[in-house]
Write a protein that binds this ligand. Structure first.
Ligand SMILES: [Ca+2]
Ligand SMILES: [Ca+2]
Ligand SMILES: [Ca+2]
Length: 391
């Protein structure tokens, strides 16, 4: 029991690490060239817009998409063009996985593909960015193409930073397929090809963040399509994005991760549920995050539960954006998930004694230490945690 209080103190101390505003990450110059939000000269007006409208916002860069790089990020901003005729190195398999997981765990993605012919590498780069989200990008539309807004009076064409009157793209591609959970926001002419689409929150699973998806990277380039209308659109998009409460969870007393464990996450303010999500943990200490609406402020609780682990309640202070909780440890031993480590849990281990996972046929939580076998170590674990209860 004693160490539980130590963990509580650590978590309370870390909870003060609140970030007051949007944390945006894009490509570095090496990988992204002109698509680097932080460094590209073509994004200077956009950077000015962000600093004016979101004074606490930070813009950072990475040349590799990985869970560690994305830990303290609310919005990822990636394009495929490194110049008017060169493309990024396509996202690798692990980068696609990391990008998808970032979105599934509440992150907001702003992604710019382009036409299929601007570079020999165009198709591979486009596909690597859009296919993981279920979209198909194709083709080249010649010249300057005006956007027709599907619903002009709605976000992000209107919003707290004003109305978007018109948008043009130069030589865009188009989305040949947008998944049913997505929505086309603008087309090349009435009923024409899709130029701009979104996947709303929860569209890629419970708790997933919003995706803003463009069939052109001209906003980063030199096609003459930058300007107030694009930056008004971007401001409305950033305002409408979610923030991420992120950190790491350690599943106490696990010696391996033979079976992935499902983490139930919830952010509450009093009796009000701010956000809920489910995250699959595949490491004893694994990353988690949960998207919450931007602008939610004040005292809150992050509630984490799993099986055979006990529920933890971690006090956090929301400051309008995301925050990092650091490492949170949840206690083991509640095999039957009753909320208390008690004699029933010993009985539950005995009932499945000898089961071998991942091919067991009983309760996989009976293998409390996740070693792959329901054995004496699991009984010892329950006894050592005996009497502990859900917070
Ligand atoms: Ca539990
Ligand atoms: Ca129990
Ligand atoms: Ca075991």
């Amino acid at each position: 029991m004693r160490y539980r209080w130590l963990f509580a103190l650590v978590a309370a101390g870390l909870a003060s690490q609140a970030f007051p505003n949007k944390r945006i990450m894009g490509w570095g110059s090496t990988r992204g060239g002109e698509s680097s939000l932080q460094f590209s000269a073509n994004y200077s007006a956009t950077r000015t817009m962000i600093s004016l409208n979101f004074p606490g916002a930070t813009i950072s860069s990475t040349d590799t998409i990985a869970p560690t790089a994305l830990q303290n990020v609310d919005i990822i901003w990636l394009g495929v063009t490194t110049s008017f005729n060169s493309a990024i190195t396509p996202l690798s398999a692990s980068e696609k996985t990391a990008l998808l997981r970032f979105i599934q765990e509440g992150g907001t993605a702003v992604l710019f593909a382009d036409n299929s012919t601007f570079s020999a590498g165009a198709v591979a780069a486009n596909n690597s960015l859009m296919n993981p989200l279920g979209l198909v990008i194709t083709g080249t539309l010649n010249g300057t193409v005006a956007h027709t807004f599907v619903s002009p009076g709605t976000s992000p064409f209107t919003g707290p930073f004003g109305g978007v009157v018109s948008l043009n793209s130069g030589f865009p591609g188009w989305f040949a397929f947008v998944p049913p959970t997505g929505e086309v926001l603008s087309t090349a002419g009435p009923g024409g090809n899709a130029l701009f689409a979104t996947i709303p929150p929860d569209g890629l699973g419970e708790g997933s963040g919003r995706c803003w998806l463009f069939a052109d990277s001209g906003q980063a380039g030199t096609g003459g399509v930058q300007g107030a209308n694009w930056n008004t659109l971007f401001a409305n998009m950033i305002e409408a994005s979610t923030a991420r409460v992120a950190g790491q969870v350690t599943l106490a007393d696990c010696v391996a991760m033979t079976m992935p464990r499902s983490l139930s996450l919830k952010v509450m303010q009093g009796s009000t549920t701010v956000a809920t999500s489910t995250v699959i943990s595949t490491a004893v200490t694994d990353y988690f995050s949960i998207g919450i609406p931007m602008g939610v402020t004040g005292a809150a609780e992050l509630i984490i539960d799993a099986s055979p682990h006990l529920r933890r309640r971690v006090p956090i202070t929301l400051a309008g954006g995301g925050l990092n909780t650091g490492v949170i440890v949840i206690e083991n031993g509640d095999v039957d998930d009753s909320g208390e480590v008690d004699a029933a849990d010993i009985d539950a281990v005995i009932a499945d004694f000898g089961d071998i996972w991942p091919n067991g046929d009983g309760n996989s939580s009976a293998d409390a230490d996740n070693s792959g076998e329901v054995d004496a170590a699991d009984i010892d674990l329950v006894i050592s945690a005996f009497g502990s209860v859900d917070e």
